[in-house]
Write a protein that binds this ligand. Sequence first.
Ligand code: RRO
Length: 305
Amino acid sequence: VDMTTALGTAPLGSPVLTASGCSAFGQELEPFVDLAGLGAVVTKSVQLRPRSGRPTPRMAETPSGMLNSIGLQGPGIEGLLAGELPWLAQRGVPAFVSIAGTRVEDFAELAARLRGVPGVLGLEVNISCPNVESRGEVFACDPVAASEVVSAVRAAADPAQPVYAKLSPDVTDIVSVARAVSEAGADGLSMINTLLGLVIDPDTMKPVLGGVTGGLSGPAVRPVAVRCVWQVHAALPEVPILGMGGIRTGLDALQFVLAGASAVSVGTAVFHDPSATARVHRELAEALAARGFSSLREAVGYAHR
Ligand code: RRO
């Protein structure tokens, strides 16, 4: 099965990527997978300055997923440019760099700093982190705010680097957000970020996370994510989609492809199986072959036909 695909104009050897936030900058996965064989490593969202994030505890397991309130911990763009990105480039690992900020100008500056950086395949514009200071900072919950960020990034970014907007499931109409950011210049869409959630400890009778609320990921959100991919692909069939949300197996990934995703990210699954990305690639190839497909591309959106 021909598993090649693309993120906008950037060709990918595999449709399976890491998901932002779950494998940091790829280093921890190196003992378990051939990083250069992945479609790309999607890096933890980077901001202009280093950040320590929310107080711990900031991760909790739930019966069917994980809740996090990391709060954008990261090295900042200088650290990334000096350390993690050269490390990936030296190994031939394509990096899809997730960028985050609290102002439109922050995003634009990050995009400008990443122009022409070796190994940077493209940008995932994280406008949907649920763990920000105020819900008003979740740009992806408002089509106008989301478009402003995306158009500023598209204008500032390297023309050769595709710009994907990462959308939030916490909206009543994801299609209107998808349409707005596409019209603002997004080359593709990443769906979905985590779903806002809360876990209360029955012993302490208080929320378990330092951040109180957090982002829910893992199998719990998979049907929500597949639904988002389905709705957006039905409305905007020409817009490339990077699908994510609870993918643990090749058959999970297949659902996203059939719904309209041309590539997928594996996130939470790596905590139980650090080789999950490579396994999902293998299982997806087997699943496609078993259904008579000779290429991944033939299967993209097949469920709509
Ligand atoms: O760092 C986080 O708390 C975080 C981010 Br930036 C995000 O986009 N999604 C998420 O679940 N957590």
